[in-house]
Design a protein around this ligand. Structure first.
Ligand code: ADP
Ligand code: TRP
Length: 321
């Protein structure tokens, strides 16, 4: 079974990105043949600065590799290194109705927020369809906001298959982890870089401490018992503590004598402990960019073999000989 996912190179990662998306993509290496790429072409819809795009793409690669992406076991590349995807995007564009794209929530949401619409943003789902269909992907792990894009992909694949009377494209399924709760930010709302309520995965110890110490709680005093049920600190502890540790923490909440500052320090220790094993590999990769570029080139060569064969068949089918 082929599993495929794309990750937008969006800069500093927070623990919401990790527990909400990255962890699952990396774990899916044990469930099937994982194809994962850094969606650099997609990022052009929002990143227009050359240095920022280069840096973000590099950082995304470093982070994924540090977090356990295995370039031998999986195929891991940067989108713009396998250009067939743009050729497929054009073929698919000619089988995509305007109405299908006009109904896309992400486009409607972005324009409603005042982001200036251009053709790239409008046709983004067609590029995503090309990403998925080029590699005959069966399963696409995505967040809830991306389900519609996988449905659009199926619609486009169906019309193409129907038009040429061939099962050229595999119809992909999206895989959404229903159990996965939204990770709350330090203010209790969804953690998001646009809300400034994040806890970073890989910033300096000092910055992460500041973010954790900034978690919003009620104002109960040291000598009062506290409730863990709706506490933002506890919700984040649930991500990094096992059952026994959580039971012990519940006891501490119920017993007067400790304040929220103590619980925050416990969370901070657990977060540091959780991400420490990845830190060393991350630092090694940052210091050795050549290694990162070689890994991406190796992934691109594996992905290219499949992409060029698929495009050869497709050109033949549509009459581009
Ligand atoms: P942000 O909201 O910080 O801009 P992105 O939109 O770049 O984050 O999200 C990248 C990935 O991380 C998406 O797949 C998204 O589903 C996931 N993600 C982001 N924030 C959270 C969160 N608070 N809880 C769970 N998943 C999240
Ligand atoms: N659109 C996805 C996002 O914003 C990223 C992405 C691009 C993707 N191409 C993909 C995800 C193909 C899954 C499959 O998160």
């Amino acid at each position: 079974m082929r599993i495929l996912s794309g990750i937008q190179p969006s800069g500093t990662l927070h623990i919401g990105n990790y527990f909400g998306a990255i962890k699952r993509i990396i774990e899916s290496q044990n469930e099937g043949d994982l194809f994962a790429f850094i969606a650099s072409y997609h990022a052009l819809t929002s990143v227009k600065d050359k240095e920022v795009l280069e840096q973000n793409t590099f950082e995304a690669a470093v982070n994924f590799l540090a977090l356990g992406m295995d370039p031998e076991k999986s195929t891991f590349w940067a989108q713009h290194h396998v250009k067939e995807v743009l050729e497929l995007y054009w073929l698919l564009s000619n089988h995509t109705s305007m109405g299908l794209l006009e109904r896309a929530h992400s486009f409607k949401d972005k324009t409603a927020r005042g982001i200036q619409a251009n053709h790239g943003l409008f046709s983004y789902p067609v590029l995503m369809a090309a990403d998925i269909l080029l590699f005959d992907s069966n399963l696409v792990p995505v967040g809830k906001d991306q389900i519609q894009h996988v449905e659009i992909t199926r619609d486009i694949a169906n019309s193409f298959n129907h038009h040429y009377k061939k099962d050229i494209f595999v119809l992909p399924e999206s895989k959404v982890d229903e159990e996965l709760a939204t990770v709350p930010g330090t203010d209790g709302a969804k953690m998001s870089k646009s809300y400034g309520n994040t806890i970073d995965m890989f910033s300096t110890k000092k910055k992460i401490k500041k973010q954790v110490m900034g978690i919003v709680t009620d104002s109960k005093e040291l000598d009062e018992p506290k409730e863990w049920e709706n506490c933002n600190i506890y919700k984040l502890c649930e991500l990094v503590m096992n059952e026994d540790e959580l039971k012990e923490l519940q006891q501490r909440y119920a017993t007067p004598g400790e304040g929220y500052g103590h619980f925050k320090l416990t969370l901070l220790d657990k977060l540091n402990e959780h991400f420490a094993p990845y830190q060393e590999r991350r630092e090694h990769l940052i210091a050795n960019p050549k290694e990162v570029h070689e890994i991406l080139a190796f992934g691109a060569s594996k992905a290219s073999k499949i992409a060029s064969e698929k495009m050869r068949i497709l050109r033949d089918i549509v009459g581009l000989i």
